[in-house]
Design a binder for this molecule. Structure first.
Ligand SMILES: NC(=O)c1ccc[n+]([C@@H]2O[C@H](COP(=O)([O-])OP(=O)(O)OC[C@H]3O[C@@H](n4cnc5c(N)ncnc54)[C@H](O)[C@@H]3O)[C@@H](O)[C@H]2O)c1
Ligand SMILES: [Zn+2]
Length: 362
């Protein structure tokens, strides 16, 4: 088992990474000195597969778990579902010392984390991420929240879990498209922070795609290590943490204009990262060779690398990018790369430049 610490003083916590971890959930929770009652929040795809093992393990360790199952997919990240969760927590008399286990992908993690952050002004929660994206990204760092009609993640909090438990075996049941989408965040860590990781991904992508246990374990651990380091230095995103948004400015815009229907998050940020690499080449002397390596790796991972937008779609994309939380004083700021493994944030990029990058032929 690999153990990584997210260094946040008295709120520090461990990320545990290994196969066959879920049956040990109860034992690990027992070390946290929490109350007996707890709620597992999960969704309709994950619950039937894994909730039973989680419940059994928690019971064996002396806990009294109830299971709350929400609909799968982004729509569950709503205040309506939050309300339904509160009602069930109250019905089961969860109290200040009780805790929540988020068992599922990023949707469940963000939702359950927000419920934990606000129920009784905050109770403890444990992340058990079951998608690649959630294991390498969303379960670590304490950003929790839900969506409004006006946009994604507009209501939320910084609220750290007490433990993150990544059972690598859960990835085996993940639909291939979801796994590929997670690879987009994995590749991101190489570009923003670790040139060697990027080179390893180039070499070992086939093994990663085949879920080779050794490679998956090491790569997930390295991604978590990077996220832990970044969050440890800048928990609330006043600076460095912004680098995690590489490729996300355009990516979020694409998700928004397709109404979260066409692209998975990972697919949208794959296009966004390739575009950000091209912008970096134009504005920061990011080497041409690196631009090609970036596009090639996303392509080989089975992810989209470009979009064809007409004039009206482009207009909508800019409008959506301006609504994004990362915009301040109406100016769109980008994370750009100097070379693979090193990025800078807060870079101003003009609309014309973005237009030329996305649609070179128009
Ligand atoms: N908090 C953060 O820092 C952060 C970072 C990145 C993304 N996010 C959020 O994460 C969400 C996306 O997360 P996601 O990509 O994990 O999507 P998701 O939670 O919707 O999971 C994807 C799909 O896979 C299913 N699933 C999950 N685990 C499975 C398993 N082991 N076997 C079979 N099916 C499984 C789910 O039911 C769902 O249908 C978005 O809402 C995004 O905003 C948050
Ligand atoms: Zn992301």
């Amino acid at each position: 088992m690999r153990e990584i610490t997210v260094p946040l003083g008295t709120r520090s916590y461990s990320i545990l990474i290994a196969p066959k971890l879920l049956p040990k959930l109860g034992a690990h929770c027992a070390e946290l000195k929490l109350g007996k009652r707890c709620a597992i929040i999960t969704d309709k795809n994950v619950g039937p597969r894994y909730a039973k093992v989680a419940v059994k393990s928690l019971r064996a360790a002396g806990f009294e778990p109830v299971t709350i199952t929400v609909a799968p997919g982004e729509t569950a990240k709503s205040l309506k579902t939050v309300q339904a969760c509160y009602d069930q927590l109250a019905a089961h008399r969860l109290e200040r010392k009780s805790f929540i286990v988020a068992l599922g992908g990023g949707v469940v993690g963000d939702l359950a984390g927000f419920v934990a952050a606000t129920y009784l002004r905050g109770i403890a929660f444990v992340q058990v991420p079951t998608t690649l994206l959630a294991q390498v990204d969303s379960s670590v760092g304490g950003k929790v929240g839900v969506n409004l009609k006006a946009g994604k993640n507009l209501v939320g909090a910084f609220y750290q879990p007490r433990l993150v438990l990544c059972d690598l075996d859960t990835l085996k049941s993940l639909p291939p498209r979801e796994y590929r989408a997670g690879l987009a965040e994995v590749i991101k860590y190489g570009i923003i922070y670790d040139r060697d990781l990027f080179a390893r991904l180039e070499r070992e992508l086939p093994k990663l795609q085949k879920l080779d246990p050794k490679v998956v374990g090491e790569v997930v651990a390295r991604c978590c290590e990077i996220k832990a380091e970044v969050v440890g230095q800048d928990e609330t995103e006043s600076g460095l943490r912004a680098i995690l948004n590489f490729g996300h400015t355009i990516g979020h815009g694409l998700e928004a204009i397709s109404r979260y229907g066409k692209y998975l998050h990972g697919e949208a940020i794959s296009i966004g990262q390739v575009a950000a690499a091209e912008l970096s080449a134009a504005l920061l002397d990011f080497p041409e060779l690196d631009t090609q390596r970036v596009a090639d790796l996303f392509r080989r991972a089975g992810l989209p690398t470009s979009v064809d937008l007409n004039a009206s779609e482009l207009k909508k994309l800019f409008a959506a990018m301006c609504l994004d939380k990362k915009v301040s004083d109406g100016e769109i700021k980008f994370v750009l790369a100097k070379r693979i493994g090193e990025v800078v944030w807060g870079q101003r990029v003009s609309e014309d430049m973005i237009r030329a990058t996305l649609n070179p032929s128009r």
